[in-house]
Design a binder for this molecule. Structure first.
Ligand code: NAD
Ligand code: TDX
Length: 332
């Protein structure tokens, strides 16, 4: 796998994977990214120009995608509209990019005979009760709740159908909530860190008891590379690092990092259809492919992430006011 095309490689997790490829492999990398509001050229700026090329384009545009795919050995597909709250405000781009875009890519890899890896989310499995002893596995039925998670679920089904009907050489991974540097400040952890840096208070949806299963983006990247190298075609692998925490706990840890009192936050209007709990059982990936996360300690990974946002204010500052205005309009 010498030439790898990474869709959405200017986004939070895709850019992390591009850094991983440059550091740990000798692959030539092409990023295909539309550079939406969520993208960041800066996240790729430190990479060597002779290893990484950025092509600005839309994954739903076959005239861009087909010739590009044909000159690569593998496609790793991260590009998506990724934020649940945005999908509640306007689902339309989620259908276009996540469903139509994935369809266009699948047709291109089918014609060119190129290996495909599809990046998806644990949200396709709906949610769990807080006291449910089970976690999500590859056998859990799909019950997505939001327009975002429904569009990702649909894209997963397309990939499996293209494997079975057309023999496309594809794998799928469904990962839990990522955190780390370069995450857009619309998302929970960076929103709260930057609120506190600004002297404001974290904003917790509802009671704050919803549980997310946190994994550092570096661990997501190493898992995807493991699947690309060793995964069996047609298989799905769940990616998670046993990082369950409720939102109240995470806000408490962020406040502590700034020496602020544990109750120095606001409860705000809950998200419509808000999933209660996600939890991943990643035994298949660990036992069959031998993957292990490197970040064993969420507190340590979070502390480093807090420091990164403190050190990189120039990156997020231009977006803060508009992001907060959108939330404020919904009482969040
Ligand atoms: P992000 O929003 O930070 O980045 C998405 C990237 O895709 C951006 O660079 C954007 O410009 C690009 N993009 C959007 N529409 C495009 C289009 N039509 N054509 C080309 N490029 C386009 O998202 P992220 O958080 O990095 O998520 C990346 C992938 O990982 C998504 O598929 C998401 O569903 C999945 N995922 C995310 C998480 C998480 O916690 N963030 C967890 C599991 C899975
Ligand atoms: O201000 C907030 N306050 C709050 O309490 C925000 C923005 C969120 N929340 C809550 C909602 C969730 O319970 O925090 C939790 C995490 O929220 P998000 O960061 O929006 O993530 P989530 O909806 O869980 O989805 C994320 O993980 C799965 C990614 O955005 C998806 O792309 C991925 O598929």
């Amino acid at each position: 796998m010498q030439r790898i095309l990474v869709t959405g490689g200017a986004g939070f997790i895709g850019s992390n994977f591009v850094h991983f490829l440059v550091a740990h492999t000798d692959a030539q990398v092409t990023v295909l990214d539309k550079l939406t509001y969520a993208a960041s050229r800066e996240s790729l700026a430190a990479l060597p120009a002779d290893r990484v090329e950025l092509v600005v384009g839309d994954i739903a545009d076959a005239s861009v995608v087909e010739p590009l795919v044909a000159r690569h050995d593998a496609v790793v597909h991260y590009a998506a509209e990724s934020h649940n709250d945005n999908s509640l405000n306007d689902p339309s781009p989620f259908i276009q990019t996540n469903l139509v875009g994935t369809f266009v890519l699948l047709e291109a890899v089918r014609k060119a005979g190129v290996r495909f890896h599809h990046i998806s989310t644990d949200e396709v499995y709906g949610d769990l009760e807080l006291d449910d002893p089970h976690r999500f596995t590859e056998a859990t039925p799909y019950t997505p709740s939001s327009p975002y998670s429904a569009s990702k679920a649909g894209s997963d089904h397309l990939v499996r159908a293209w494997v079975r009907s057309f023999g496309v050489q594809a794998t799928v991974s469904n990962c839990s909530n990522n955190y780390g540097p370069w995450q857009h400040i619309e998302k929970f952890i960076p929103r709260q860190i930057t609120n506190v840096i600004d002297g404001g208070r974290p904003k917790l949806y509802g009671a704050g008891l919803n549980v997310r299963d946190w994994i550092h983006a570096d661990d997501h990247s190493s898992a995807v590379w493991t699947i690309l190298q060793k995964g069996r075609i047609g298989e799905t692998y769940l990616i998670g690092a046993d990082g369950e925490k409720n939102n109240l706990e995470v806000v408490g840890m962020i406040l502590e990092a700034f020496g602020r009192p544990a109750d120095d936050f606001d409860h705000v209007t809950d998200r419509a259809g808000h999933d209660l709990r996600y939890a991943i059982d990643s035994s298949k990936l660990r036992n069959e492919l031998g993957w292990q996360p490197a970040y064993g300690d969420f507190a340590d990974g979070l502390a480093r992430t807090v420091q990164w946002y403190r050190d990189n204010e120039a990156w997020w500052r231009p977006h803060k006011r508009a992001v907060e205005a959108t939330y404020a309009a919904k009482g969040q």
